[in-house]
Design a protein around this ligand. Structure first.
Ligand SMILES: Cc1cc2nc3c(=O)[nH]c(=O)nc-3n(C[C@H](O)[C@H](O)[C@H](O)COP(=O)(O)OP(=O)(O)OC[C@H]3O[C@@H](n4cnc5c(N)ncnc54)[C@H](O)[C@@H]3O)c2cc1C
Length: 391
């Protein structure tokens, strides 16, 4: 059998995988500002793109900026919903609306389009419709599926990434967010009756703040979902949530599309190793979503950019010792894993519920803490955008 040889083989063509290739093959890496690397890169994905991904499709402007996406160009062929504010409440309580004048504070994209857009421009050889099955050690890297030789294998296969499994500690139990979501194009009738404003997604926090539900209207599409760090009785809670929304006239009562489930890890609760000899994990494979909002696309993209710098600095030696620089960069960027509980988490459950109930009724808390701090990460410094265009 013919063997294809690569410097870097990325398993998974989501935002993490495509951003890594794009960073490596573009002029101007994050830290070094060096020229494009000239590495031979392939992305393997079990799906054929465009493929769907269970996700609300909410992205912060930061994601579009670091990826250098021309918004006008993007919006010509893909849904790009501008978001100017959020309606927030504790489930069952009155909602508080905060609107931000000026530039959009977020965007709504459809993952089926967004991921395909990023993959098609990323510059790697694409091996689509083939699942990663195994990797065997070679003299200076890995042989994947008996067909592809690579000096470095990058796990970008999302929460259930097989590369993460291959280098993981067996038996480690993980506290993952379990979530369910549906996205569908509304009929003319449904659009006419829809009470969700396009520019203002609605968020409904669970009484103990362990997660939240959402309704997000993106152009003609409606996305409804709920996620929390506890998977018990999730389907029943999603059903109750939809009945509640429907009783308020916020979503149609006649949704026929099926809800789909998926999981992901929050950064501070993840215990995954991110490097091994000739292996590195990025995105959900490494468990990186922001703790409070569950935003995973931005950390997926940023981890890919940091990984690109480390790969560049390794100069072809992808030993664990060399790749450890990635752990350090990640810690500088995203902080210590497993920090102690914050103020709210330390409160006894009944006090937490009472405090949350009061705070979630105020403009101050919903704007300054929930939106600015938890969702828009206004405290987080910006990374330089990936420069240049693929030649
Ligand atoms: C219900 C829900 C809603 C969410 N909403 C948001 C949101 O609104 N905004 C946000 O920022 N984040 C959101 N997230 C999180 C976000 O979806 C992820 O953090 C993000 O997709 C991570 O990107 P990734 O590239 O690491 O992995 P993924 O996007 O999961 O991509 C992984 C890729 O690997 C491929 N793959 C998997 N196994 C194999 C295999 N064996 N062989 C080959 N290929 C394989 C898959 O086909 C897939 O294409 C949500 C998550 C869920 C579950």
């Amino acid at each position: 059998m013919d063997i294809s040889v690569y410097d870097v083989l990325i398993i998974g063509g989501g935002p993490a995988g495509s951003s890594l290739s794009y960073s490596l093959l573009n002029a101007g890496l994050y830290n070094t500002g060096q020229e494009k690397t000239g590495l031979k890169i392939a992305i393997m994905d079990k799906a054929v793109f465009p493929r769907n991904k269970v996700c609300a499709g909410w992205v912060t402007p930061e994601v579009m900026r670091v990826l250098g996406i021309d918004l006008t160009e993007y919006a010509k062929a893909q849904v790009l919903q501008k978001v100017s504010g959020f309606r927030i409440s504790l489930l069952g309580q009155q909602q508080v609306e905060n609107i931000y004048p000026g530039e959009p504070v977020s965007y709504g994209i459809r993952r089926v389009e967004f991921d395909n857009y990023l993959l098609q421009r990323c510059g790697a050889d694409l091996i689509l419709g083939e699942a990663f099955e195994k990797m065997d050690r070679t003299g200076n890297g890995w042989l994947v599926n008996d067909k592809y030789e690579a000096k470095l294998v990058v796990g970008a296969g999302g929460h259930f990434c097989p590369v993460a499994r291959a280098i993981g500690e067996k038996g480690v139990s993980e506290l993952a967010v379990a979530a369910q979501e549906v996205e569908f194009e509304m009929s003319v009738q449904q659009k006419a009756n829809c009470r969700i404003k396009k520019e203002v997604p609605e968020l409904f926090f669970l009484p103990d703040l362990s997660g939240y539900g959402w309704v997000f209207r993106k152009g003609d599409y409606l996305n409804i979902g709920l996620g929390r760090e506890n998977k018990s009785r999730l389907s029943a809670q999603v059903k109750d949530f939809c009945e509640y929304l429907s009783s308020l006239g916020k979503i149609p009562a006649d949704i026929t599309d099926k809800f789909n489930g998926h999981a992901y890890l929050l950064y501070s609760h993840s215990v995954r190793n991110m490097v091994a000899d000739n292996v590195l994990l990025i995105g959900d494979s490494a468990g990186l979503a922001y703790d409070k909002s569950g935003e995973g696309i931005r950390p997926a993209v940023e981890s890919a950019m940091l990984a690109a710098d480390v790969i560049q600095s390794c100069d072809g030696d992808y030993s664990k010792e060399k790749l450890r620089a990635y752990n350090e960069l990640m810690q500088q960027r995203f902080g210590q894993r497993l920090p102690g509980p914050d103020f709210m988490q330390r409160l006894p459950d009944f006090v937490k519920r009472a405090v949350a109930s009061q705070l979630m009724k105020t403009h101050w808390f919903t704007k300054k803490i929930v939106i600015d701090k938890w969702f828009l990460q206004k405290d987080q410094t910006q990374m330089p955008a990936i420069k240049g265009q693929l030649k």
